[in-house]
Design a binder for this molecule. Sequence first.
Ligand code: CU
Length: 201
Amino acid sequence: MSRIPRVSRERMSFARTIGTAPRARSGNGVRQPAFALAAGAAAISFALAGCSSGAATPAADSDSVTVSNQWIKAADNGMSAAFAEFANSGDREVRIVDATSPASARMEIHEVVGSNGATTMRPKAGGLVIPAHATAALAPGGDHLMFIDLKAPLRTGAQTPITVKFADGSSTIFTAQVRDFAGNQENYSPSGDTAAPAHGG
Ligand SMILES: [Cu+2]
């Protein structure tokens, strides 16, 4: 479940107030007072929210995180990985707990365990922690965002959006470019099926 943004919550309070207003059978005149009442209620709830939360506290985890140096490893099918640096400018630790992309059926947050020659990647328990006023770097051989079941080849130079979701339900979307990380791995198959002949156009 995603966190309800402040705007939506306001709309909900509008709807609730209008729902309790006298029923309007005809004419526009009845709607006006209901609307004014709702606007007043929204203003009050806004003021209360302003009192209860400190001015320096960000509204959501996503507000304090910026993404940089993001890129994706080119792949024809199956799985691939995304890397990036997440900087947390906030006073409290934040955690990325999920990721999604239109490029694959699903994504996982992975870590790499083991030493030289015997490394294994696996889902990172608890997600990716970004400490307060610090950076978490995803890099080959370490933590990464894993694309699982690619829907189409990730071709070098292409741009793919990725959405990361934080523990508080907020999320950030960023676009990453596909890079040919492993070297020359050209594949002209149109759908990742290596048995398919290339079409001349
Ligand atoms: Cu992985």
